[in-house]
Each structure stands twice: as C-alpha cells, then as structure tokens.
Design a protein around this ligand. Structure first.
Ligand SMILES: Nc1ncnc2c1ncn2[C@@H]1O[C@H](COP(=O)(O)OP(=O)(O)OP(=O)(O)O)[C@@H](O)[C@H]1O
Ligand SMILES: O=P(O)(O)OC[C@@]1(O)O[C@H](CO)[C@@H](O)[C@@H]1O
Length: 309
C-alpha cells in the first residue's frame, strides 16, 4: 500500500489562450479542471499503475467536494479531514508560445485540532503501509516541520518515505533523512542556495544531498529527464521524446513510478524507469490530466537509465 499525504490539495484550472495581456480581459480558448495537489496526483498515477494507494489530506467546501467526486469516479481511495473554507484553485495559463504561468493559492487555513485529527489518522494507517509520499506545500496553520515529524514516525514503523516539497518544509524534511527526495532543478537550487547551470552541477548536487543521508536523490529536469544519486552511485535518466502538452503533474507521476517500485521491493533503477515513463506520459497529456497506464507502458522501453561514474 502507498499512502500519500497532500496537506494542501487544489483544483487545478488550466487555460489555453493565444497570448496573455496584462491589465486586459483575456478570453481563453479552452479550460480544463483537474483534481490535484502533488500527493493526490501521485495517488492517481499509482492507482493507474495498478498499485493500491490511499490519498490523505485536508479538503474544504465545494472545491474540496469536486476533488472527492473526481477521486471516487477514478476509484482512488481517500481519507480527508474536512476543514472550513474552500480548497484552493490553482490556475495555470498556457499561451501559444508555450509560456506557462501559474498562480497557486495559499489554501484553506487549518486549526491545531484539524492537524491533530489528520496526524492520528495517518499514524493509524501507517501500520499497513510500505511507502509514504509527503507532497506539496503546507496550508496556513501547519508548521513547516510537519513533514520532518512524519518522516521520523514512518521510520520508526519501517515505512519508506518519499518527500516532494519545496522551500522550508523541504529543508526541514531533508534534515530528517527521507528515503527519496525528488526536487526539480529550481527546487534543488533553492535548497542548496546556489545555481545549478549544467548537468555536471546537477549531478554534483544530487550526490551532495544523498551524502547528507538520503538514500536516493532524484533531480528532475523536465524533457531532459533526471539524474539520481544514491550514496556513491549515480544515474542519468533520459526521458522519451513526446509532444508535450502540459508538464504540470509530470513530477508527481515520476514520484508515483518510484513509489510503486519501492512498494514492490524493486530496484531503484526500475523506479526511475517507470517514473520517467509516467512523467513523459503526463507531459503528453493536456492540463493536469495524468498519462494513461497504456501510455506509460508504451513509453517504458524508450526510457534509458545509465550509470555514471
Ligand atoms: N516534456 C517532457 N518530455 C518527456 N518527459 C518529460 C517531459 N516533462 C517531464 N518529463 C518527465 O517527467 C519527469 C518530471 O518532470 P519535471 O522535471 O517537469 O517535474 P516537476 O517540475 O516536479 O513537475 P510538476 O511539479 O509540474 O509535477 C522528468 O524527469 C521527465 O522524466
Ligand atoms: O502549491 P504546491 O502544493 O507546491 O503544488 C501544487 C501543484 O502545483 O502541484 C501539482 C503539480 O506538481 C499541481 O497539480 C498542483 O496545483
């Protein structure tokens, strides 16, 4: 079982238009809504890949109900704590030049009692779980060391943890030694406080972070694939070439591929392969809609994972 925790879910709204004009009414050509938030996306992809998963987190109001209905329709199991207010809507605008602009809301505020309810629910379910995915931003009211706390508790119970966050929750989470982190290059740059301008510096960053006590550090690079370091070993992952429609959710799909490999007890390289295929399948799909299982299968043989010295 893979448990995912998305403290700050979102309905993702993707709008396509010719070009964006600031200070004007912009009429969009097409609009797409998807149930989202990083862990929810990872659960949806893990479910497609045929592995049992339960999504946990907070939901609020009518926008929260949209997410619940969508997960139910897909057959993805979930346990959400209902909180007051409205689950946020994250908007992404894609223009004809392919420029992607996103607006992420802060999310519905949670109280100390809400956090305690979620905490005890997750603690209870951790007993039957192989992998916990902690993903995305934290809503107002949740402490930045929340993920670090879940990592410590999971390790006490022998549960492997994948952390996919950014900023302070990532920094504090890294200090608690999750088993896997999957920042993209920007997130890794923020974590390390320096630019990573080329492949060599990205590989160096992955090695450096892994030597801090993280079993696998995967730094994703969009269409350029990813690098992974595990102690002294490292790999270059090359993603299949696809016609990208929207890469929102590709990172979460990659996390799902890795989570499924960990849950199956497979090799890390198998996880990287499946993760890159899932990420590419999602990139080829519009909005935050995730790649279909058949697409992931079809792309799998086109992924290359090569050991680097
Ligand atoms: N355009 C693309 N073509 C092929 N593969 C892609 C493309 N974009 C992403 N991928 C695959 O998905 C993986 C994760 O993508 P990316 O680096 O964009 O993650 P991310 O920035 O965390 O995404 P998000 O936060 O939107 O989910 C990449 O390492 C790659 O294997
Ligand atoms: O604002 P956060 O919690 O960091 O990220 C949320 C989010 O951008 O992540 C997913 C893509 O990875 C989107 O579906 C969703 O809107």
């Amino acid at each position: 079982m893979i448990l995912t925790l998305t403290p700050n879910p979102a309905v993702d709204q993707t709008d396509w238009l010719d070009r964006v004009e600031l200070g004007a009414v912009n009429r969009t050509r097409e609009t797409h809504f998807d149930p989202a938030g990083k862990g929810i996306n990872a659960s949806r992809m893990a479910h497609r890949l045929g592995w049992p998963t339960i999504a946990f987190g907070f939901l609020a109001g009518e926008t929260g109900a949209i997410i619940e209905r969508a997960l139910r329709a897909e057959g993805v199991q979930y346990h959400f704590v209902q909180v007051p207010g409205l689950t946020r809507v994250n908007m992404t605008i894609i223009d004809d030049a392919g420029v992607v602009t996103s607006f992420h809301g802060p999310g519905a505020r949670v109280s100390a009692a809400d956090v305690a309810t979620l905490d005890s629910m997750v603690r209870f379910w951790l007993r039957g779980v192989r992998v916990l995915v902690l993903a995305g931003s934290l809503p107002p009211g949740m402490s930045p060391d929340t993920y670090a706390g879940f990592i410590a508790r999971s390790h006490e119970q022998g549960v492997k943890v994948i952390l996919d966050a950014d900023g302070e929750p990532l920094r504090l989470g890294v200090a608690a030694h999750p088993d896997v982190i999957k920042p993209n290059v920007q997130e890794a740059e923020q974590l390390l406080g320096r630019r990573l301008p080329d492949l060599a510096t990205v590989i160096g960053a992955a090695r450096e972070l892994s030597l801090r006590g993280i079993a696998a550090v995967v730094i994703s690079m969009g269409a350029e694939g990813a690098v992974c370091a595990s102690g002294e070993r490292a790999w270059r992952v090359r993603s299949p070439r696809v016609q990208a429609r929207s890469t929102v959710g590709s990172g979460d799909s990659m996390v799902a591929g890795i989570a499924v490999a960990l849950a199956r007890g497979e090799d890390l390289v198998d996880g990287l392969r499946r993760g890159a295929a899932a990420g590419a399948a999602t990139a080829a799909t519009a909005g935050t809609a995730l790649g279909a299982a058949e697409d992931v299968e079809a792309l799998l043989p086109q992924v290359s994972v090569e050991a680097i010295g």
